[in-house]
Structure formats: structure tokens, C-alpha cells
Design a protein around this ligand. Structure first.
Ligand code: ADP
Ligand code: MG
Length: 568
């Protein structure tokens, strides 16, 4: 008896605060969202001591009249929805009506607001969740909320706050997310009087990114724009060559609302496949547009997560959008690489043709992307050593390089094939004695259906009655290349549907070709071949990795080698 009791409102609000208000950054997020929902054009945020002693958010939005202002700090007070059905596709950031109540429950809180220009406003003071005073003030239209001594009355929570520096960083980040969503609003954040964020109204996301994170990142981005009938994805993603292992920025928005979702980030990264090594994380700024009834935004107290009705479709549009955006980049990367295919005049002529076609691609994309920086300095004419008939070893300024000859060649051929497929031109060798290849019926079909791909690689294929085809010209990647066998393997892959859907067909085809055509482990290479392979590898967009993401080159630094000899 008497063991169960209804909790007092103040306690309920303090519990709710735990879900919505975790740290100063969450207060900043909620207050700035309210300002945006009120139609503000200018939002200012002031922090003292990382927001631990003071957070002030001011806006020039619609403001509130006296009655609404008093209501606003009640739990479940919201002007944004009236019924559960309105939850579907709700366009405002807020709608749960608990942020102000939750913040007021765990701070010394003050809200000042005026709904009309030049009129009187109202100032409301709340302490520990209890209304202290309501008084008239003179102020311009808009709202200012001041949150002092956050969690002062709940020491258990205050203990979890980090240093002023990291709380500031988190608050700056929370503001940046919203600033990326609303280019039409100007944002300023000061921390202990110092301006940290200054983001004036802009017309493009790139300009906003430049204001928030610096010009350098803004200039490393490529535009994404893709619609597959179900959803649209727009935004900017980082050029593969500029992506690094750490410090990346990934921002997702759906219908203008920021959210987090590791699966969609992964889908975007999948769009980079074969252009970045494993572990490298490109920066992503992606805005999705899906019909409002296909996404539930009320699945997280702070609305940081959303639920899609058809998750797989959303992931697909993202992956394909990113892949399409990077296609010209991949072509440009190869356009920049040196070409070294020795051999007959016919080959050289074809090379010239391919290069002309490539130059065309380069005109199109170079200005947009800038030139990719080389990852490693070429070995000049340092001696190269083949070991175990599998690896090539040489010295670089970074250390002792060990190259896997097959993986390296695969990467070289893949990038070359991608360029050829993009330009529709081939480096081929005409055969004096054409090759005849016998195929199964469904293989013949595959050849018919994908003739353009074979032509781009340099295969000139002609039907030869019955189940045979004749190869008049073939690619010539190296002297030990078995053109007939590679052709059969490619045809086999195609016939068995191993190359997947249309979207990545070119990449898979190029990757399969690279894998089949590359020199194998165990093959002896002469010094000229090694020199050529290394030179071409170092000119690649991603020299250190093969198309499967395995390393093509390992560098043992001088320090590492020294350590083995006890020289520290
Ligand atoms: P929600 O945003 O979920 O509605 P809040 O507790 O954040 O809940 O805010 C409660 C209500 O107070 C809002 O619905 C809005 O009507 C009003 N409000 C809050 N902040 C502002 C502001 N900066 N300008 C105008 N109205 C505001
Ligand atoms: Mg709100």
C-alpha cells in the first residue's frame, strides 16, 4: 500500500530532460530548431564556459504573445501539431512540445519574446522547473532564451559534462548541422566572446561548407544529383583522392531534416568502391527527398534518427547517386596517368586515339575538380628487385616499398579500362591470325548483348556461324597476356550474371578484366616490365590498393626497418 505514487510534474520534466537535454549542444540544437520553426532569418548563439554557465539563443522570428509564452514552457505544449495524424510528414523541426519544459526543468531559465515589431514583449523566468515571474518588457520582434547553470541542481548529470572546450565543440557541431540545412538563414556563434561560427546567408551548399569548415574542403567536393523515381538525392561528396582516414564529415538530411544513419553512410561509401582504399572515409553532404509518408521522424526523443519505410530503396538511390557523381572523376584520374604500352605501330595509333578521347573527358572535368595530387613520388630510376617472382621491391622517400605485382597490375588495368569504357576508345592490337573461340548459347547471347563493352576494351568480335566467334583485335596489356582465355572468362562472368546490375556493370567489367588480364604471381618480369608497371601504378588514382581493396603496395618506413635492427 502506498508504494506507487504519481510523480510530481517537476520530476517528470527532469526525467524527460534526460532524453532531450544531454549537454549544452542539445540545448543549442533545440533552441535553434525553435528559432528556425519560428521563421527566423538571423540566429545568434552565445556560450559561456562551453554553455555550462550560460547559453543564449536569440532570433528574429515570429515570437509569442504573453499567453503562448507561458504555455510554451509547459510539457507537451506545442503550436506545431494538433493531432496524431499531423505527425505524418510534419514540416517543422519540433513537434513534441517538450524541449522548453525539459530545458527549464534543469536550469535557471529565462525566455523573452515579442510577437509584434515595436510592441511590448514578455519576460518569463523559471527556476528548477517552477515559474518565478512573468513581466512586460520592451523588445523587438523575436525570441531570446537564456539558459544558465545547466544541471546545477542535478549533480549526477552535471558530472557527465566534458571540458568547456569539448562542450563548445559539440555545440558548434550541432549548429553546423542546422546551418547546412538552412542556407537562407544567417548564423553566428560566439564562445566566451570569441566568434567561432560566422555563416551568413548563402546561395549554395558549397559556400555554406566553406563558411563552416573552410574553403579547402569545399573545393574537394563533387556534386551529386540523382533521382530514381522513388527518391532524390542531392549534395556534395569528397573527391576520392582527397578523402582521408580520419576527420571526415558526414551529414545526412531527409526532407530538410538532419538525421543519422550508419547504413546510408555505408551505402554512400559503397558508391566509392574501387576508388578509395579500405579505411578511408570520404566527407559526405547528402540531402534526400522522399515522399513524407515514407519516412517516420518521430522515432527518437531528440529526432536524431528517422525510420524509412523502404530502407533498401533509399540506400540504393544514395549508392547510385554517389557512384554516378564519381564516374567522371575516375575517368579524369586515368586521363592524368601516363601511358606506356609499347608495341606495334597499330597499337601506338590506337593509343593516340584513346588519348585524344581522354583529353576530351579531361576538359570536361578538370576545371571542376582540380588535379589530383600524386600520393607517392615516382621511384625515378632506382633499381627494382623482383622477389619470390611475386613482389617488386624498391626504395621511396617514404620507406621501403613492396608491391604485389598482380594487385598492382590489376589496379593499373582497371583504371585504364574505366577510361576506355568512359571514352569508348580502345588500346588494341590487330591480330595477323584471328582467334576463333567456341561458346555456349547463353555465352553467345552475352557477347551480343555486351558487344560495346568488349569493343571498348579492345576486342573486335565477329560472329563466325554456329557457336563460334572470331577475335580480330584484342587488348594487349602485357606480353604473356592470353587474350583468348581472358575473353572466355569475361564472357563466362557475363553469362552467369556475375557482373550484377546495370549501374555498376562498367566497374565490375573493368575490375574483372583487370583481374583476368593482370600478370600473375609467380611470373618472372624483366627490368623494363617492372619499371613500366611501377611507373603506371604510381600514376594511378589509388596506387596502394587493388580493386578489391587489398593493398597493392606496402611501405615499410625507415623507422620500422630500423626498429627490426634495434636502431631506435
Ligand atoms: P516543439 O518545438 O516541439 O513544439 P518546444 O518545447 O521546443 O516544443 O516549444 C514549444 C512551443 O513554444 C513551440 O511549439 C512554439 O510554439 C513555441 N516556441 C518555442 N521557441 C520559440 C521561438 N524561438 N519563437 C517562437 N515560438 C517559439
Ligand atoms: Mg522545439
Amino acid at each position: 500500500m502506498g508504494r506507487i505514487a504519481i510523480l510530481p510534474t517537476v520530476v517528470i520534466d527532469q526525467i524527460a530532460a534526460g532524453e532531450v537535454v544531454e549537454r549544452p549542444a542539445s540545448v543549442v540544437k533545440e533552441l535553434v530548431e525553435n528559432a528556425l520553426d519560428a521563421g527566423a532569418h538571423n540566429v545568434t548563439v552565445e556560450l559561456e564556459d562551453g554553455g555550462k554557465s550560460l547559453i543564449r539563443v536569440g532570433d528574429d522570428g515570429a515570437g509569442m504573445d504573453r499567453d503562448d509564452a507561458v504555455l510554451a514552457i509547459d510539457r507537451h505544449a506545442t503550436s506545431k501539431i494538433r493531432s496524431a495524424t499531423e505527425l505524418i510528414g510534419v514540416p517543422t523541426y519540433g513537434f513534441r512540445g517538450e524541449a522548453l519544459a525539459a530545458i527549464a526543468a534543469v536550469s535557471v531559465f529565462e525566455l523573452e519574446t515579442a510577437a509584434a515589431e515595436g510592441g511590448t514583449g514578455v519576460r518569463i523566468a523559471v527556476r528548477g522547473g517552477r515559474l518565478e515571474s512573468v513581466e512586460d518588457v520592451a523588445r523587438t520582434r523575436g525570441t531570446t532564451v537564456v539558459v544558465r547553470r545547466l544541471f546545477a541542481k542535478t549533480p549526477a548529470r552535471r558530472k557527465f559534462l566534458r571540458s568547456a572546450r569539448s562542450e563548445t565543440r559539440a555545440a558548434v557541431e550541432a549548429l553546423a548541422v542546422l546551418a547546412l540545412a538552412r542556407l537562407d538563414v544567417s548564423f553566428v556563434l560566439t564562445s566566451d566572446g570569441r566568434r567561432v561560427t560566422e555563416a551568413p546567408r548563402v546561395a549554395s551548399v558549397a559556400d555554406r561548407i566553406a563558411a563552416l569548415f573552410g574553403r579547402e574542403l569545399a573545393e574537394q567536393l563533387v556534386p551529386v544529383e540523382h533521382n530514381d523515381g522513388y527518391a532524390t538525392v542531392r549534395g556534395l561528396v569528397q573527391r576520392p583522392a582527397a578523402a582521408r582516414r580520419s576527420g571526415r564529415r558526414a551529414y545526412l538530411f531527409v526532407n530538410g531534416r538532419p538525421f543519422r544513419n550508419p547504413f546510408i553512410v555505408r551505402a554512400a561509401e559503397a558508391g566509392y568502391r574501387a576508388t578509395i582504399p579500405q579505411g578511408v572515409r570520404p566527407s559526405l553532404f547528402l540531402a534526400l527527398h522522399v515522399p513524407g509518408d515514407r519516412v517516420d521522424v518521430n522515432v527518437h526523443p531528440a529526432k536524431l534518427e528517422v525510420r524509412f519505410r523502404d530502407k533498401v530503396f533509399v540506400e540504393r538511390v544514395v549508392e547510385e547517386g554517389v557512384r554516378a557523381a564519381l564516374r567522371p572523376v575516375a575517368a579524369a584520374a586515368v586521363a592524368g596517368s601516363r601511358h606506356v604500352t609499347p608495341g606495334a605501330p597499330a597499337v601506338r595509333e590506337a593509343t593516340v586515339r584513346a588519348e585524344a578521347a581522354r583529353e576530351h573527358v579531361e576538359g570536361e572535368v578538370q576545371s571542376l575538380l582540380g588535379v589530383a595530387e600524386p600520393l607517392f613520388a615516382p621511384p625515378e630510376s632506382r633499381p627494382l628487385l623482383q622477389v619470390f617472382n611475386t613482389y617488386i621491391v624498391f626504395e621511396t622517400p617514404e620507406g621501403l616499398a613492396v608491391v604485389d605485382q598482380h594487385s598492382a597490375h590489376e589496379r593499373v588495368l582497371y583504371e585504364q579500362a574505366m577510361a576506355q569504357l568512359a571514352a569508348g576508345a580502345a588500346v588494341a592490337q590487330r591480330l595477323l591470325l584471328p582467334l576463333t573461340v567456341d561458346l555456349a548459347p547463353q555465352e553467345l547471347e552475352a557477347v551480343d548483348a555486351h558487344r560495346d563493352l568488349f569493343t571498348s576494351l579492345g576486342y573486335e568480335v565477329e560472329p563466325f556461324g554456329g557457336r563460334s566467334v572470331v577475335l580480330h583485335a584484342v587488348p594487349n596489356p602485357h606480353p604473356r597476356f592470353d587474350a583468348g582465355r581472358c575473353f572466355e572468362e569475361l564472357v563466362g562472368d557475363l553469362a552467369q550474371g556475375r557482373l550484377g546490375g546495370l549501374s555498376n556493370r562498367l566497374e565490375r567489367f573493368a575490375a574483372t578484366y583487370g583481374c583476368r588480364a593482370a600478370v600473375k604471381a609467380g611470373q618472372v618480369l624483366d627490368p623494363v616490365e617492372m619499371q613500366e608497371l611501377i611507373q603506371r601504378l604510381l600514376a594511378c588514382e589509388l596506387p596502394p590498393h587493388d580493386v578489391h581493396g587489398r593493398p597493392a603496395m606496402v611501405i615499410l618506413s625507415r623507422t620500422e626497418v630500423g626498429r627490426r635492427f634495434g636502431r631506435t
